[in-house]
Design a protein around this ligand. Sequence first.
Ligand SMILES: Cc1cc2nc3c(=O)[nH]c(=O)nc-3n(C[C@H](O)[C@H](O)[C@H](O)COP(=O)(O)OP(=O)(O)OC[C@H]3O[C@@H](n4cnc5c(N)ncnc54)[C@H](O)[C@@H]3O)c2cc1C
Length: 481
Amino acid sequence: VSRILTPDICIIGAGSGGLSVAAAAAAFGVDVVLIERARMGGDCLNVGCVPSKALIAAAKRATMIREAPGFGIHAGDPSVDFPAVAAHIRSVIAAIAPNDSVQRFTRLGVTVIAGHARFTDPRTVEVADATIRARRFVIATGSRPAIPEIAGLDQVPFLTNETIFDIDTLPSRLAVVGGGAIGLELSQAYRRLGSEVTVLEAGKILAREDPDLAAPIRARLVADGLNIVEDARILRVEPRPQGAALILADCDRVEATHLLVAAGRSPNVEDLGLAIAGISTDRDGIVVDAGLRTANRGVYAIGDVASVYHRGARRGPARFTHWANYHAGLVLRSILFRLPVSENRDLLPRVTFTDPEIAQVGLTEAEARLRFGDRVRALIWPRSANDRAEAERETEGLVKVIVGPGGRILGAGMVGRNAGEELNLWSLALTRGLKIGAMATFISPYPTQTEIGKRAAVTSFASNLTSPLVRRILAALRLLG
Ligand SMILES: Cc1cc2nc3c(=O)[nH]c(=O)nc-3n(C[C@H](O)[C@H](O)[C@H](O)COP(=O)(O)OP(=O)(O)OC[C@H]3O[C@@H](n4cnc5c(N)ncnc54)[C@H](O)[C@@H]3O)c2cc1C
């Protein structure tokens, strides 16, 4: 027998987006049902951000040992105990998991149901033994690895982000299909742990990034010994007794013991009863307006599965945990307080956690010039001119701030060892609409690497120092005694 539930909000998917909606709504005392068909925490916790950052942290330790002689410290070559690295990754997931657990959410007052949810009519969802008629539904079903159509791929074992964190042996030769953020982060980490790694990218790596910011990363990846093949055309994949061989169009071949497919993401829109519910989809996911509403006004979609349209134009995917969290905040304002909300892409921060990291918020220089022409200024400060970076021997990289008319900050990008941390300040500045002057006039403790951003901001006044007008004013003031 099916039980009938009539909560205020029903959320499908307990990943980054769904959990945020559930926790915040429960804090307001709202009746919430949360449905999850697999693991609580979704991709980010189990097969995404968390394990990848834990892997990168291990690789970073190996790199620090290799760099130590430059500081006068000798520890020999690092030796990698890969099963212990894998155990470290699992224990990081386990440490965070209680935050996302059924127990915690039940304690918060959320009704958590395990199972695959689907709409049976525009106002009803069914899962396991429950029929749910909620005032509002939020679909947060996320995405999965897209599997490209390559002849023979289905004949060989290959890894994706869903399986690579479970392996207990270090791949001796790893081939990675896809040179996006996920592909590059994992490739560099495995290389630094001792794998031979070839990245096969159909276009160019870091193609969306500002070329000035991308250049230091490319140089570092090559210096690390990563084999990067761009404009790669993979004709077919052939099985080998140990692994697989990728046959490329230019008669080249890549032999690998392990193959990782990291060639983009597909939204989880299947078998949800979307058509019955009057909800449409496109190649990026569930079609929503900038207020994250589907064509069915009682249903929202957020996070990786949402394909946002604004004035008829598709914005394209923005698949990040913090963006799913931001979406969650927007739909809550809309559902609970009935306030008008609108996704603002100009505020989207993104970080690729290679070493050095590349971080960007707002517009890149090229994007800003498209909108504002030559009224845009790019303020640049190199890391090599920062004392702390010098002391840490982390002088690779730079900060580039994009300023528009009236000193408006349009965007900021940075590349450097911990650039993602430094991006926070600029994300705040953009969100609060601060002018460039504000970023030049706060007191930054010396010596910190975040000071590089302030130094870039200060350069916006450089022309003032030499301006004849300022010089005349100073001369006049001197006359006053
Ligand atoms: C390797 C990797 C590294 C990443 N690193 C970062 C990073 O460093 N920083 C960052 O911001 N982002 C990162 N991401 C992206 C991030 O993981 C996603 O953007 C985020 O998880 C999206 O959250 P979500 O709530 O939309 O979906 P998810 O977290 O995927 O959650 C969706 C949930 O819905 C469930 N579900 C699906 N269909 C149904 C159904 N019909 N019924 C019930 N349940 C269902 C799924 O089982 C899943 O648990 C990374 C991703 C990958 C793959």
